[in-house]
Design a protein. Structure first.
Length: 78
């Protein structure tokens, strides 16, 4: 299961750990997507999406129905 947010598309970022001696080792920053059950107002049904906390803020701002319409326009199965 990929660690990618369904709404924002945020995924894994990569970079370096840099020590005090300036040694560099590769590392990964993982997002924390969670399965969130969300209730659509017009559909009156529960939808489970894998979303990050940033996506939850987007859903609060725009509304779940606008986000679901955007996902359907992108061709994702919701």
């Amino acid at each position: 299961m990929a660690k990618v947010c369904q709404v924002t598309g945020k995924g894994v970022l990569t970079g370096n750990n840099v020590s005090h001696a300036n040694n560099k080792t590769r590392r990964r920053w993982l997002p924390k997507p969670a399965r969130a059950p969300l209730l659509g107002r017009f559909g009156n049904r529960w939808v489970k999406l894998k979303v990050s906390t940033n996506a939850l803020r987007t859903i609060d701002k725009n509304g779940i129905d606008a986000v679901l319409a955007d996902l359907r326009a992108r061709g994702e199965k919701v």
